[in-house]
Design a protein around this ligand. Structure first.
Ligand SMILES: Nc1ncnc2c1ncn2[C@@H]1O[C@H](COP(=O)(O)OP(=O)(O)OP(=O)(O)O)[C@@H](O)[C@H]1O
Length: 266
């Protein structure tokens, strides 16, 4: 697939994620060890939208970083599309809570960055065309020449999301991407994310503290225990799609949110 011609994903396996008995133990400078993630297994089929909920410090970001290839587990294995994860890959796009944009690059240059880096950078013209498409997707068309300091928080986050999509990834990892946004912008971003997900066919792993956000977005919600992080609930969300403002008023929405709250509080 080229950068200019995104096609529907036909390979139904390439975005699958598999964690097998993954453990992550950190060693501090004073040689104390800290078990952040304990013997965790999780299988996510290609194209599924999965949220991970859990208290602060339970290992959610650690889990995401291992899937992203940013850190290797102490034991166990992580694979994407059946291939072991050995480091960061263009198959995986990442968006963090704080959109770490380069302030001296324009919006368009920031979005293009992952496609222009590495040993086999994509050619400049096709990247520019894809940047234009993504700017339209995240409703920032015509703002490609602006600098990050000229944007609102919601706009900066949309730039980060566009950047995570530039390599047309099979997997999108999001670590509390809307945590810093006001409630109205956040709800708007939920709908934008769902339409991006629908169009891209990518697998999404979405980390959040917000139960309602997880219920609104996901096909499936995984709850982690306080440290050491383990999966204590794995719940299918059968709320109908497409979702919209009336989804939040459904009795099933409230019921699922209450069920999740019980798991988190235990
Ligand atoms: N590089 C590191 N070195 C040492 N300890 C770490 C490292 N990264 C994370 N930890 C510790 O591992 C535990 C899990 O951290 P992690 O960031 O994965 O939690 P989290 O669930 O994402 O938290 P939050 O919701 O607050 O972002 C924490 O106790 C944290 O201090």
């Amino acid at each position: 697939m080229t950068l200019t011609e995104p096609e529907p994903r036909v390979d139904t396996f390439e975005g699958s994620i598999s964690l097998q008995d993954v453990t992550m133990e950190f060693t501090s400078r004073d040689r104390n060890s800290l078990l952040a993630v304990d013997t965790t297994s999780l299988t996510i089929p290609s194209g599924q939208f999965v949220s991970v909920l859990g208290p602060s410090g339970c290992g959610k970001s650690t889990l995401l970083r291992m899937i992203a290839g940013l850190m290797a587990p102490t034991s166990g294995s992580v694979s994407i599309g059946g291939e072991p994860v050995r480091g960061p890959s263009r198959k995986v796009g990442i968006a963090f809570q704080t959109p770490s944009l380069l302030e001296w690059y324009t919006v368009a240059e920031n979005i293009a960055l992952p496609a222009r880096m590495g040993r086999h950078p994509a050619d400049k013209r096709s990247v520019e065309r894809r940047v234009e498409e993504l700017l339209a997707t995240v409703k920032l068309a015509s703002l490609g020449g602006k600098y990050p300091s000229e944007l609102s928080g919601g706009m900066r986050q949309r730039v980060a999301i566009a950047r995570s999509l530039i390599t047309d990834p099979a997997v999108i990892l999001m670590d509390e991407p809307f945590g810093a946004l006001d409630a109205i912008t956040r709800e708007h971003m939920h709908d934008e994310l769902l339409s991006i997900w629908r169009e891209s066919g990518a697998t999404v792993l979405f980390i959040t503290h917000d139960i309602a956000e997880a219920v609104y977005l996901s096909d499936r919600i995984v709850v982690m225990s306080p440290r050491p992080g383990r999966i204590v609930a794995d719940i299918v969300n059968e709320l109908p799609r497409p979702r919209n403002s009336s989804t939040r008023a459904l009795p099933e929405f409230t019921r699922l949110a209450s069920e999740l709250r019980v798991h988190i509080n235990h």
